[in-house]
Ligand binder design. Structure first.
Ligand SMILES: NC(=O)c1ccc[n+]([C@@H]2O[C@H](COP(=O)([O-])OP(=O)(O)OC[C@H]3O[C@@H](n4cnc5c(N)ncnc54)[C@H](O)[C@@H]3O)[C@@H](O)[C@H]2O)c1
Length: 250
């Protein structure tokens, strides 16, 4: 499916969550189009498999993005010039409605989906501002467009990703740095989404049975993410692009 157009020739792009699913497909697409990838993931095993598949164009950083030392390690691996950042890593909740949220789930979902994204973006922006160029793509969710796609923690975190994207685009587009988000619907990946609430099952079940589009493949998301990262999207900033098989239109 990948066609090498050399779109990322000479470019360095950080991809988080690169060990699996959408992140892995994005890393593959960037490397196929000539880019150097800084691949970040908690799973050493998954990163080893990625490195074996892509070779020396990928440099791996293993660790939890909620750890500040890992953010520092990503910056060190990237070097002076960062052309793109794909904030893909994220986790689901257990479909908990508000009254059933545990502090542990709330804190972890916010830490991974939002705070780690902010910290890595803040660090990368420092480099991008020096060159006056760069493109940031955040992975949100269709859960960031509505209240009926996940539990409250995940839904809240993905709505916040949209606000983070818009505010970052507002402040930095005049300085040559674009920031956009994609909002996927269901995608065939390794993400875990255990139903931990009986009420959520009752309330969400009918929506899932009637409204969900077909499950997409990670490559379909990677195509949109790499487009937004690339110069082909040079006039696009502050967009929340639904890549969801039409779910946003329901
Ligand atoms: N799969 C879907 O249906 C779907 C739908 C909408 C949005 N999304 C979003 O897409 C993004 C990618 O998810 P995916 O479906 O490819 O999942 P995935 O689980 O297949 O891949 C995510 C990768 O991120 C890594 N990761 C998670 N937390 C991390 C952390 N704290 N530090 C470093 N690495 C970490 C995991 O180890 C994993 O390899 C997420 O932000 C998710 O919310 C997914």
């Amino acid at each position: 499916m990948n066609t090498n157009t050399g779109l990322f020739e000479g470019r360095t792009v950080i991809v988080t969550g690169a060990g699996s699913g959408i992140g892995r497909a994005t890393a593959q697409r960037i490397s196929a189009e000539g880019g150097r990838v800084i691949a970040v993931d908690m799973s050493a095993e998954r990163l080893e498999a990625l490195a074996a598949a892509l070779g020396s164009v990928v440099e791996c950083v293993t660790g939890d993005l909620c750890d500040d030392a890992v953010i520092d390690a990503v910056m060190a691996a990237a070097g002076d010039r960062i052309d793109g950042l794909a904030n893909v890593a994220g986790i689901m909740d257990g479909f908990e409605p508000t009254a059933e949220i545990t502090d542990a789930t709330w804190d972890r979902v916010m830490a991974v989906n939002l705070t780690a994204m902010m910290k890595l973006t803040r660090a990368a922006l420092g480099r991008m501002l020096r060159t006056g160029a760069g493109s940031i793509v955040n992975v949100g969710s269709e859960a960031g467009q509505r209240g009926s796609a996940a539990g409250t923690p995940y839904t809240t975190s993905k709505h916040a990703v949209n606000g983070f994207t818009l505010s970052t685009a507002f402040f930095y587009t005049p300085k040559g740095i674009r920031c956009n988000a994609v909002a996927p619907g269901p995608v065939a990946t390794n993400i875990e989404a255990p139903f931990r609430s009986e009420w959520a099952g009752q309330r969400l079940g009918p929506f899932f049975q009637t409204n969900l589009p077909p499950v997409a493949q990670p490559d379909q998301l990677a195509a949109a993410i790499t487009w937004l990262l690339s110069d082909d999207a040079s006039n696009v900033s502050g967009a929340i692009l639904a890549v969801d098989g039409g779910w946003a239109a329901v």
